[in-house]
Design a protein around this ligand. Structure first.
Ligand code: AHM
Ligand code: MG
Length: 343
């Protein structure tokens, strides 16, 4: 049943469906499974626990504020951006499941250190999305995607392994560090959410088979950019916030961290948009570790994700840090936006 209430240890039936058991159960029915995918997921969830623990104590442990560095995107690097990136890299790189990684915080592909085995998977991540929210104690998140390598097995992975379209993702997920911490993932056949119980130290299944409603009643966009948008995008925003025949005006919600805005959109429906504008001519969000993993999840939940010219999952990347416009959420809401903003 969609959005089943908690099945965690506090629930009445105590089935104890941890993230690890959920993945193991699914891998058992896959005759080709070697255990590598389960091990990689274990590493990602461990990194999420470490990052979540640090985020929840951020004001006490001296990790608020910036490092003084500027990243490849030209953005100021927060101390927690650095911490989250280093945690993911160091937890995954010695495990033997991955051959190369890509991160928002690192300009070049991240290799596996010499002397350690290179596996068959490729991991990409935004270690801490919405980092402008860190110092104000608002929700932030981690986004990740997993592909199979396309270069020959055994040796190091390359940029070619990272530049794969979203339609070839084998699993994607995000972690939201919010009023509770949750990990949501999909391997393409359903989207499942796990809530972290800090007393037990585990993620427990709390939202089984999430389905995004066909239509919502909120739109999510940084409306302060209105004067920088193309006329079509302005027309769509004017339309969606006005009552129309047979429906009320949509409400506006914008947290400023895509993970949080999309988590709400996934559960409640509606649309999240970061279009191209005069300043960000290709949009602001990055294709490989922000838009594609989220598009994979939202499509697996029955929603849609588009760049304005094509399906996000069909974009064949040419650069590690390439940007894309993004229209994502409930299917009917995305269709309306594309019809009005791009026709
Ligand atoms: P970040 O990965 O550097 O934190 O930037 C991405 C974030 C998204 O989470 C969010 O949707 C967007 O940038 C907000 O941008 P803006 O402040 O322009 O509205
Ligand atoms: Mg980001």
């Amino acid at each position: 049943m969609a959005n089943t209430p908690s099945l965690g240890p506090a629930g009445p039936s105590l089935p104890g469906m941890t993230l690890e058991r959920h993945i193991l159960d699914r891998q058992r029915s896959n005759p080709e499974a070697t255990g590598d995918f389960t091990r990689l997921f274990h590493q990602i969830s461990l990194a999420a626990k470490i990052i979540g623990s640090r985020v929840s104590r951020a004001g006490l442990s001296g990790v608020l504020g910036t490092t003084g560095k500027i990243n490849v995107q030209g953005e100021v690097v927060a101390k927690l951006d650095d911490f989250a990136n280093n945690t993911l890299v160091s937890v995954v790189q010695y495990g033997g499941q991955v051959c190369v990684m890509g991160s928002e915080e690192v300009e070049e592909p991240i290799p596996i250190p010499e002397g350690f085995p290179c596996g068959k998977y490729v991991l990409q991540f935004d270690p801490l999305d919405g980092s402008g929210n860190i110092d104000i104690n608002a929700s932030i998140g981690t986004i990740f995607s997993i592909h199979k390598r396309v270069t020959p097995s055994g040796g190091p992975g390359t940029l070619e392994d990272l530049l794969q379209p979203g339609r070839d993702i084998v699993a994607a997920g995000y972690v939201i560090y919010g009023s509770s911490n949750m990990l949501v993932y999909s391997t393409g056949d359903g989207v499942h959410g796990f809530t972290y119980d800090p007393g037990v130290g585990e993620f427990f299944l709390s939202h089984e088979n999430i389905r995004v409603p066909e239509r919502g009643n909120t739109y999510s966009i940084n409306e302060g950019n209105y004067h920088k948008w193309a006329p079509g995008v302005q027309e769509w925003v004017n339309w969606i916030k006005s009552p129309q025949d047979g429906r009320a005006a949509y409400g506006h919600r914008y947290i400023g961290a895509m993970v949080a805005d999309l988590h709400r959109t996934l559960l409640r429906g509606g649309i999240f948009v970061y279009p191209a504008d005069k300043k960000n001519v290709n949009g602001k969000l990055r294709l490989l570790y922000e838009a594609s993993p989220m598009a994979f999840i939202v499509e697996a939940a029955g929603g849609a994700a588009h760049t304005g010219t094509e399906r996000v999952l069909d974009v064949v990347p040419t650069e590690l840090h390439q940007r894309t416009p993004l229209y994502i959420g409930s299917r009917a809401d995305v269709e309306d936006a594309l019809r009005i903003a791009h026709d």
